[in-house]
Design a protein around this ligand. Structure first.
Ligand SMILES: [Zn+2]
Length: 435
């Protein structure tokens, strides 16, 4: 018998009267999360180089942890002794775990997919295998005791477009017509305070997405994710899938889009009605000496300047360090440099989401979006896809799309699938290569 009662409660505080953006709050047994929200990724029960007190000082309310990595290290036996990852890492706020399914794409050369589940070989020891079935994913996430659990889905990149493999993935993720993965997840035991989100699949076409979400929303889950994106599809296809999928999901539940972290992507997706995001991008790019700026640009800390990264930013990095000081720390490969810059980059994400939230509540979100574009793309550098998406929801920013951008095709990809080969050697540190 599938569970239908969940502890997560979601409440919309304000809907934008023009776009589909919404400001909301949800609450679990571990506290409130104000949305739209960006969730930093702490892969293995820790946020690389950042303490839990530093995260709390930034007012971070929820983080993401990876099931696949936690199953490998420290493993469920140890997690059970700690009664979950919260005690293990000393974090008493919300945690969302992915299902382990994404590694089907990122470690595709190490996986074998069957109806039963997906078998991974561990990258560092390929003789060791992990059979990730829906039941096993739930068992691990129960040991982790995450507040939001993701169903194990059959992940297939929307970038491959259309066809039988996309249909198979959408069907396998839900019970249609035989025993399928979502129902196997829902029938597996979870903690009373845990909440599960199904993941809508179906590639680029509306039809399989509609079918998949109809089946999934019939199950009374406390929230939903839109999956299978950022896999090499064009950005224009990417936003259209979100635009078609988000309205298919219940209005009284949070909507989550995985693997999204670039400022413009966040702004567009919030406009289309998405509430939750995560990405390794802010912390990963920090480890390579790249700072995120509120004007949408990325600063490579190569030169010495006696100013903070972002004047006016309240973070520990901007309060205490100059660009010149950080540059020296990066050049001499001091690990504290990555930590300090990660704090700034996470604060950047927090400030961006807070600005959008406040604008939605004040019902001037469209003007905020327009002002953001005016400030950052007045030279005509706004991508055509972003303008298409924003115009669709009533924010006409087409004047910021210059001639060059009109025919430029951009593709969407997960940041954790990207190589950093082009980054200058001087800012590269050895341990930064791992995600
Ligand atoms: Zn800062």
């Amino acid at each position: 018998m599938s569970r239908t009662e969940w502890c997560l409660k979601y409440k919309v505080e304000k809907k934008c009267s023009t776009t589909k953006a919404r400001a909301a709050v949800f609450e679990t047994s571990r506290g409130k999360v104000h949305t739209p929200v960006f969730m930093p990724v702490g892969t293995q029960g820790t946020m690389k180089g950042i303490t839990v007190d530093q995260m709390k000082n930034m007012d971070i309310e929820i983080i993401l942890a990876n099931t696949y990595h936690l199953a490998h290290q420290p493993g469920t036996e140890i997690l059970d002794k700690f009664n979950g990852v919260h005690n293990f890492m000393g974090w008493d706020r919300n945690i969302l775990t992915d299902s382990g399914g994404f590694q089907m794409v990122s470690l595709i050369h190490l996986t074998t997919l069957t109806e039963e589940g997906v078998e991974f070989a561990y990258p560092h020891d390929q003789t060791r295998k992990l059979m990730m079935t829906p039941e096993e994913s739930m068992r691990i996430q129960k040991s982790i005791d995450s507040d939001i659990v993701m169903q194990l889905d059959d992940v297939v990149s929307a970038g491959i477009g259309r066809g039988p493999r996309i249909e198979e993935a959408a069907e396998r993720s839900v019970k249609n017509p035989v025993y399928r993965w979502l129902d196997r997840c829902l029938e597996s035991p979870l903690g009373v305070n845990q909440n599960i989100f199904p993941i809508i699949q179906g590639g680029l076409d509306p039809e399989p997405r509609i079918k998949c979400s109809e089946e999934m929303t019939r199950r009374k889950a406390p929230g939903f994710a839109i999956g299978g994106l950022s896999g090499g599809e064009t950005k224009d296809e990417f936003w259209r899938v979100i635009d078609n999928s988000a309205p298919l999901l219940p209005v009284d539940k949070p909507k989550y889009c995985m693997g999204v972290g670039y400022a413009l992507d966040l702004i567009v997706l919030v406009s289309l009605g998405v509430d939750m995001f995560d990405c390794v991008y802010p912390t990963r790019t920090a480890r390579f000496g790249h700072a995120l700026l509120i004007d949408g640009k990325e600063l490579d800390i190569k030169r010495g300047e006696f100013a903070p990264i972002e004047p006016g930013c309240p973070c520990e990095c901007c309060k205490n360090y100059t660009r010149a000081g950080l540059h020296i720390l990066f050049r001499s490969r001091q690990s504290v440099a990555s930590s300090i810059l990660s704090i700034h980059n996470l604060m950047h994400q927090k400030r961006l989401m807070t600005q959008m939230r406040e604008a939605i509540i004040a019902d001037n979100f469209p003007s905020w979006v327009f002002a953001y574009c005016e400030k950052n793309f007045s030279d005509g550098s706004l991508p055509q896809w972003a303008s298409n998406a924003l115009c669709k929801v009533g924010v006409d920013v087409s004047k910021f799309v210059g001639k060059v951008m009109k025919n430029k095709e951009e593709r969407s990809s997960r940041h954790d699938m990207k190589s950093y080969k082009s980054i200058p050697k001087e800012s590269e540190s050895k341990d930064a290569v791992k995600s």
